[in-house]
Design a protein around this ligand. Structure first.
Ligand code: AGP
Length: 370
């Protein structure tokens, strides 16, 4: 097994560093830059059916549920199609009204998560098709997906904490949103082309983030004794705050919560004291100014701010205790880049605390029983 890790200490670390390759592979054969088109031939829907869709239920568990939250932003923004997000474990128990012109979008790395599969079965019972965004080839989810299985082509993910599967799930969701947006006449070929170009540039930008490692060791050295941590994001980066908190909990056993930053004053602000690290996703987007004021509120109460910021944001250096820079991209696509520091913070904290990063206690890679 150790041979398979190559030069890496853990599978999780290897899988984090495989992301530039995985993000390239998920795009391969599915995009046509010249014509401004996303192909996704695996979808079995007729054009007419895609045009008539009125709703998508995006479903997943854990990290895949966070990908579903991002998919909602992407599909609603690019295809103007309503998306509801559900946990696999909740969907069938709320007696969902799926309706005829709806489809289920099941997102799952393993393709074997029992609750996600049950949601697909519920769709079938109600005569709605399901699409799977799935990594494991030939898995149950891939077979159940009568609307088509979009494979991630991320390669095997061994670490229990999902990393490369998550970022490729995001890219698969963007491609689906672009395809829907084009078919439904919401996006022009030029607009699709702009997104395709930005998607093509993501692997190189992830590579750039991965080149800067020393900050994470510094953070682990400084905060490995923390009891709690707070993660704040807004808009499309709110799911990434949730994902950052989940990663930290899973592998370092530090209690962490993700929050939409605007909700902070409705409760979590009471947690802030001199011992609390607060990871804030504060890139230059439409909510940047608001994030700055959230950061000031944290600092005013003695909290420590670790900001994920845009490259060259000099203002942030004066506002935060630590700044981790990410390259610019289109606002909707930023989660692919902001996810990388989330993974690395959790990884280095866990290693510093001597935790079993690849096999955290009590957790299974895929949850195949209820
Ligand atoms: C991710 O880090 C977790 N280990 C977990 O939340 C996982 O994403 C979830 O169990 C869903 O798994 P799946 O993608 O294989 O369906």
């Amino acid at each position: 097994v150790s041979a398979a890790k190559g030069d890496y200490k853990h599978f999780m670390q290897k899988e984090i560093f495989e992301q530039p390759r995985a993000l390239t592979d998920v795009l391969r054969g599915r995009i046509d830059l010249d014509h401004g088109a996303v192909l996704l031939d695996e979808l079995t829907f007729r054009h007419q059916e895609l045009r008539q869709l009125e709703r998508i239920y995006a479903i997943g568990c854990g990290t895949a549920w966070h990908a579903a939250l991002v998919a909602k932003f992407a599909i609603e923004a690019l295809a103007r199609l309503r998306v509801e997000v559900d946990y696999g474990s909740e969907f069938r128990y709320r007696d969902p009204l799926i309706g005829e012109r709806a489809a289920v979008l099941a997102i799952t790395q393993s393709g074997e998560t029992v609750d996600t599969l049950a949601a697909m079965e519920e769709a079938r019972r109600q005569n709605a098709k399901s699409i799977a965004i799935v990594n494991a080839v030939g898995s149950q989810a891939a077979r159940l997906a009568d609307g088509g299985a979009i494979y991630l082509h991320a390669g095997p993910e061994i670490g229990v904490a999902s990393t490369k599967a998550f970022t490729t799930m995001l890219v698969a969701s963007y491609m689906l949103a672009l395809r829907l947006g084009a078919v439904r006449g919401v996006l022009s070929a030029d607009e699709v082309r702009r997104y395709i170009q930005a998607l093509i540039e993501l692997p190189g930008k992830v590579e750039r983030i991965l080149e800067r490692q020393s900050i994470y060791e510094e953070l682990a050295e400084r905060y490995h004794g923390a009891r709690d941590a707070l993660y704040l994001g807004r808009q499309v980066n709110y799911p990434i705050a949730l994902e950052g908190a989940l990663k930290l909990k899973e592998i370092s056993y530090i209690h962490a919560e993700g929050y939409p930053a605007g909700e902070m004053k409705h409760g979590p602000i009471a947690l802030i004291d001199r011992d609390l690290p607060v990871v804030c996703i504060a890139i230059r987007d439409s909510v940047y100014e608001k994030m700055i004021s959230n950061i000031e509120q944290v600092r005013a109460r003695g909290g420590h701010v670790i900001a994920i910021a845009a490259e060259g944001d000099t203002l942030m250096a004066s506002k935060a205790d630590y700044v981790i820079e990410v390259p610019p991209t289109l606002p909707l696509l930023t989660p692919v880049l902001t996810s990388i520091p989330m993974q690395l913070i959790a990884y280095h904290m866990a290693v510093h605390r001597g935790c079993d990063v690849d096999q955290p206690r009590n957790l299974a890679k895929s949850v195949t029983v209820e």
